[in-house]
Structure formats: structure tokens, C-alpha cells
Design a protein around this ligand. Structure first.
Ligand code: AMP
Ligand code: MG
Length: 492
């Protein structure tokens, strides 16, 4: 069933991880399986059998060639440094080479207590597993770099999170699980060789073009490349109203993928200060803070790389600082590219930023739904009469009507036909996102009634985010006041 493993992390020095076998579970049952992803990873599905798959994806049997381990990492959690976190409940089976020749980690999340578990039970409840499955697959379908969900199983055991909940295990696929916090783990121990070895490994995996570079240039290049990927990633999050919720350095991937879907949520009414996570009391990870938190996390990565950048610490700091200071500019470029696509603007013009910001300000004052506003703007690009349904989203219709006039004047400077523009806008503005109340409903049905129908339907809907899906209009609707989700929980 499993493709051959191409072990890499397991070949790194012993102090990078703890060897650890998944702890068997009582009664594994396969509840979700991502067939297209499995095919892309080279799984042999000819004799696929759900019962057998449940045994593999629970970790009850370790596939041949895998060398399971728990990775060591540290991290700043809400700004406070924890020198030893590590995989407290995740096991890396190993890497496989996918059909495109890319190396992919296969990890079981919720696989039992590891040497990094501290007080935790090493397990995952069903709710968070299904949430990660839905949201990570939705992100991928929207063209946003993300870890993927390959499979989910229930364990037949309970985990206690206040109340007993069904236990589950998620099989997660990632370009790698190397985080800013992985670098911090070695740096905090003064283990410069460890940082170098990790950096070389990350470069080989994610930024092979840097392998030609020598000395400090190579590690400064790593910082620059990670910065570029993070800037692009956060701009994409902002473009769909995604709020990660726990942008700790241990949840910041070196590959530039979205990783760890805890209390994440999608904004409905536009509000830049929006926070959902119950543990984010200070609003550190509010929607509008995300780019600046990414920059802060990059500064923590830079600190770990200083000894590799230059033997002269002052010089290393100068080089890294100069680079980090370019983040805002880089981010703005990425953000503007996202916004131009959303607004249907063909060629860059000096007033584009102001036009985008004006719309957001009007959306904020008008309490307009983020996703519907942009999707209906695509309709309005094609058909002026569709403006009415867009304007209806706003509490202050006159403001948005005025903005639409400005927008139409701006569109006149481009060459695209109306059809072409509308077509492109529909590919930049999803109709279907995992709306929080829908996710909640899907999780509740699975947990309380063992009914996976809502989960399966929602997954199908949100993995085709840009298609008009006749008959599925209900899924484009924001929450009614009684359905609204105000708080999300880590639930780990
Ligand atoms: P997370 O909130 O999932 O990003 O995890 C933060 C840290 O807590 C990581 O080191 C996890 O491995 C650890 N952790 C989270 N949940 C558990 C659990 N149930 N058992 C053991 N460790 C956990
Ligand atoms: Mg994490």
C-alpha cells in the first residue's frame, strides 16, 4: 500500500529527534481517505481495503521501510520562549517521493505519548482532526500552500478534554515539518553545528538553488527565501480572510506552508481586528497582525542563523536586519498582487493600493461579508445588474455604490474583456470557504451522531472553491446570528 520511503530526517544526527513507535489503538476505523493525494504520493490502491488502511493510518502497524520518530523543536508561544516542545503526539513515519519527484513527509498526528509529550496524552480528539482535514484541504484547493490531509481514523478510544471525546489520528502530509522552532531548538542549546546541519538539510529540501552558494551567503539566502515564502503565504491568507490563530514560531514552517490548524477560522463580516481563538486574549494573532507576526517570527529565525551568516556578530546582525527590514515591502508587493487579482485589475497602476484599501474600509464600516463581497464583485464585473446583490451586503449602500464607480473607471484602463475579467476574478475569489458554522456542524454531527455525511458534503464543496455549484448556494451563506461562531478552541 505505502510507496517506498526515502528516509532523510532519520539520517540526521540522533539529537534531532527521538525514535518512537506509534502506540497501538484499540479499534481503528477509517473515516476519511484522500484518494487523489494518495495516488499523487504513489500509494498502491489496486487492492485498497478500508479495514487494512485503518490499521496503517492508526500506526497499529508500521509500514516497511519507515523509521518512525518524534522531531525535536522549541518555539515562542504567544511571545514566550519554550526551549523544548517537540512532537508531543505526532510521529514522522518518513519521507516519500511523490509523482512530481518532490519529497513529502508522512506524519501520524495523535499517535501516542512521545518523549516530548510533557503533561499531554499524545492523542487527538476527533473534532480537531476533522477540522484540520477540512481546512487544510480547503486551503490547498484555494491555491494556498498548506500541509495536506491524507487520512483520518478514529481509534475506538476516548480522549478526555474536559469531557470524554472520541479519539482520532490524522495522517498529515507536508513538504517538511521543519519549523522556525526547529532552528530555535539547536540555537537555544548553543549547538551551532546542529543549526548548520538543519539549515543545509532545509536548503537541500526547499531551496536547492542555494546549495551553490558558499559561507554566509548561503544562510542569508535561506533567510531571504523563507521570508519571501512567508510574505507570499500571509498575503494569500489575507486574501481569503483566514485567521491562523496560533502563529507561534513552532507553527511557522520553513517551507512556507500553512501548518497546524488549531483555533483557525475564516472571517465573515470584515473586521481587521478579528480574533477567534479563545486563548488569544490580547489579540496578538488578530487578522491584521498576521504579516507583522510573520516578520517577528522571521526575526527569531534570523537570530538562530547569525553565527552562520558571519563570524563577526555585528556584521551578521547588520546583514540580517537589513534583510528583515525589507519584509514590509515584500509583503506589500504580494498583498497587492493578491488584491489586484481579486479586484480584476490587469496591469499595475499607482492608485491600486488606495482602491483596495478604500474597499476594505467600506466593507468594515458596512459590515460586509468578506467572501461574498469579492465573489459578487466578480459577477458585477460581467454584469452591471449584479451590482444590486453586492450592494445589498453593505449596511451603507451609498458608500459602496460610490466605490463601484471608481472601480469601473479604473477597469477602463485595462484591456481585458468583461468575460475575461470575470473569469479571472472567479479564480481569485472563492465562492466556497469552510465557514465556521458549517465546520462546526460537520464536526458535531460526526462526534455526537457518528454521522459523517455533513463532513463529506462540506469537504466536497470546499475542495471546489472557485466553481459555481448549483444547488449548493446554502454553503455560500454567512452564519445567521444563532449559528455564529465567536470563539474557537485549540481542542488539542
Ligand atoms: P500545537 O498546539 O498543536 O501547536 O502544539 C504545541 C505543543 O504541544 C507541541 O509540542 C505539541 O506536540 C504539544 N501537544 C499538543 N497537544 C498535545 C497532546 N495531546 N499530547 C502531548 N503533546 C501535545
Ligand atoms: Mg504546533
Amino acid at each position: 500500500m505505502f510507496p517506498a520511503f526515502t528516509l532523510r530526517y532519520s539520517r540526521l544526527p540522533e539529537r534531532f529527534y527521538e525514535r518512537f513507535e506509534p502506540v497501538p489503538v484499540r479499534e481503528p476505523r477509517l473515516i476519511a481517505f484522500n484518494r487523489p493525494l494518495a495516488e499523487a504520493l504513489g500509494f498502491d490502491l489496486a487492492a485498497f481495503d478500508a479495514e487494512e488502511a485503518a490499521v496503517w493510518f492508526s500506526g497499529n502497524v508500521v509500514p516497511r521501510g519507515a523509521e518512525p520518530l518524534a522531531q525535536a523543536y522549541a518555539g515562542h508561544q504567544f511571545g514566550g520562549f519554550v526551549p523544548r516542545l517537540g512532537d508531543g503526539r505526532a510521529v514522522l513515519l518518513g519521507e516519500v517521493t511523490d509523482r512530481d519527484g518532490r519529497l513529502r513527509d508522512i506524519q501520524l498526528k495523535g499517535a501516542g505519548r512521545t518523549p516530548f509529550s510533557r503533561g499531554g496524552d499524545g492523542r487527538a480528539p476527533l473534532g480537531p482532526v476533522l477540522r484540520e482535514y477540512l481546512v487544510s484541504e480547503a486551503m490547498h484547493a484555494m491555491g494556498i500552500p498548506s500541509t495536506r490531509a491524507l487520512a483520518a481514523v478514529t481509534t475506538g478510544e476516548h480522549v478526555v478534554r474536559g469531557i470524554p471525546e472520541p479519539g482520532a489520528i490524522l495522517t498529515r502530509v507536508a513538504a517538511s515539518h521543519i519549523r522556525v522552532g526547529t532552528f530555535q531548538y539547536f540555537a537555544a542549546r548553543g549547538d551551532i553545528d546542529g543549526v548548520r546541519e538543519l539549515a543545509d538539510h532545509a536548503i537541500e529540501r526547499h531551496y536547492p538553488e542555494l546549495t551553490k552558494r558558499k559561507g554566509g551567503e548561503r544562510y542569508l539566502g535561506l533567510l531571504e527565501s523563507v521570508q519571501a515564502r512567508q510574505a507570499a503565504l500571509i498575503a494569500k491568507w489575507m486574501g481569503v480572510g483566514f485567521i491562523h490563530g496560533v502563529m507561534n514560531t513552532d507553527n511557522t514552517s520553513i517551507s512556507g506552508e500553512t501548518i497546524d490548524f488549531g483555533p483557525c477560522a475564516f472571517m465573515e463580516q470584515y473586521d481587521p481586528q478579528m480574533v477567534f481563538s479563545s486563548i488569544d486574549e490580547g489579540g496578538r494573532y488578530a487578522y491584521a497582525n498576521q504579516p507583522w507576526i510573520a516578520q517577528w517570527n522571521l526575526a527569531r529565525l534570523a537570530e538562530t542563523l547569525l553565527p552562520l551568516i558571519d563570524d563577526d556578530t555585528d556584521r551578521a546582525i547588520e546583514l540580517a536586519t537589513e534583510l528583515l527590514q525589507r519584509f514590509p515591502e515584500r509583503y506589500e508587493e504580494e498583498w497587492l498582487a493578491v488584491m489586484r487579482a481579486k479586484l480584476g485589475l490587469e496591469r499595475a497602476q499607482p492608485g491600486d493600493k488606495a482602491l483596495a484599501e478604500a474597499l476594505l474600509a467600506i466593507m468594515h464600516r458596512g459590515r460586509a461579508d468578506f467572501t461574498l463581497t469579492f465573489r459578487r464583485l466578480a459577477d458585477a464585473a460581467e454584469n452591471r445588474e449584479a451590482e444590486a446583490s453586492l450592494i445589498a451586503l453593505f449596511e451603507r449602500p451609498e458608500e459602496i455604490a460610490g466605490w463601484l464607480e471608481d472601480w469601473r473607471q479604473r477597469l477602463a484602463q485595462d484591456l481585458w474583456t468583461e468575460d475575461e475579467r470575470a473569469r479571472r476574478m472567479r479564480l481569485a475569489n472563492p465562492a466556497f470557504i469552510p465557514r465556521n458554522h458549517r465546520v462546526q456542524q460537520a464536526l458535531t454531527a460526526a462526534m455526537d451522531e457518528n454521522d459523517y455525511g455533513p463532513f463529506e458534503t462540506l469537504l466536497e464543496v470546499i475542495t471546489h472553491p472557485f466553481d459555481d455549484q448549483p444547488g449548493r448556494e446554502e454553503y455560500t451563506r454567512p452564519a445567521e446570528p444563532t449559528e455564529r461562531v465567536f470563539r474557537t478552541f485549540c481542542g488539542t
